[in-house]
Design a protein around this ligand. Structure first.
Ligand SMILES: N[C@@H](CCC(=O)N[C@@H](CS)C(=O)NCC(=O)O)C(=O)O
Length: 208
């Protein structure tokens, strides 16, 4: 298997954490796509993912899978315990729901803030900026952080009592927030405790 990525970026980090959690990290070859230099816009890369974003997982039979959650789903189904996406209809739907709320409210929102309200990756990457909408996305991030803190008052992890793909998305979201210097409000103590738990896992070390 090959993973096309740019090491240190938030979405590739999600796949690195999933690989490490599943014990598959040594089974893949990582290929760097220099996003800041625009390598994700080349015809060669667009043939792998027409959306022009990393990461992309390429299987040995040539199948290309993009979208971090889809890649995580594949890895989760390919190897045994622990499961990251759940088992059975109810658990899988619940984890999916929790993951998606954090993906849209934290990770995607901080990305929109970065690309629209700051210099982002430069004009060649985001020609059509909307600064006001970008600033609004920062308020979405802060609202989501508060909702996460409330949830963590009675749950150890972001989708219940086990580490799941929802936590991986949360980790990537906070790494992105650190990068763009959007701080977690100090009063969100449950979130601080969760960060201590997840960022001390061995899988966190391979994502940075
Ligand atoms: N929904 C995608 C998002 C991937 C994504 O936005 N990747 C970023 C790097 S963290 C990227 O390649 N950005 C380049 C661009 O937006 O032009 C996923 O889950 O993998």
């Amino acid at each position: 298997m090959k993973v096309y990525e740019f090491k240190g970026f938030a979405n590739p980090a999600r796949v690195r954490i999933a690989l490490a959690e599943k014990g598959l990290f040594d089974k893949v070859e990582f290929i760097q796509v220099n996003v800041p230099a625009g390598e994700h816009r080349t015809p060669e890369f667009l043939a792998k993912n027409p959306s022009g974003v990393v990461p992309v997982l390429e299987l040995d039979d040539g199948t290309q899978i993009s979208e971090s959650t889809a890649i995580t789903e594949y890895l989760d189904q390919s190897a045994g315990e622990p499961t990251l996406t759940g088992k059975g209809a109810k658990e899988r739907a619940y984890i999916h729901m929790r993951q998606r709320k954090i993906e849209s409210g934290l990770l995607e929102a901080i990305g929109h803030y970065f690309h629209h309200a700051t210099d982002g990756l430069g004009p060649q990457n985001y020609a059509h900026k909307n600064k006001e909408w970008g600033e609004y996305q920062k308020s979405v991030v802060l609202k989501t952080m508060k909702a996460m803190d409330d949830y963590l008052a009675s749950n150890e992890y972001l989708a219940g009592d086990k580490f799941t793909v929802a936590d991986i998305t949360g980790m990537a979201g906070f790494a992105f927030c650190d990068f763009v210097k959007v701080e977690t409000p100090a009063e969100l103590k449950n979130l601080a405790a969760w960060k201590g738990r997840v960022f001390s896992r061995p899988s966190a070390a391979v994502a940075a």
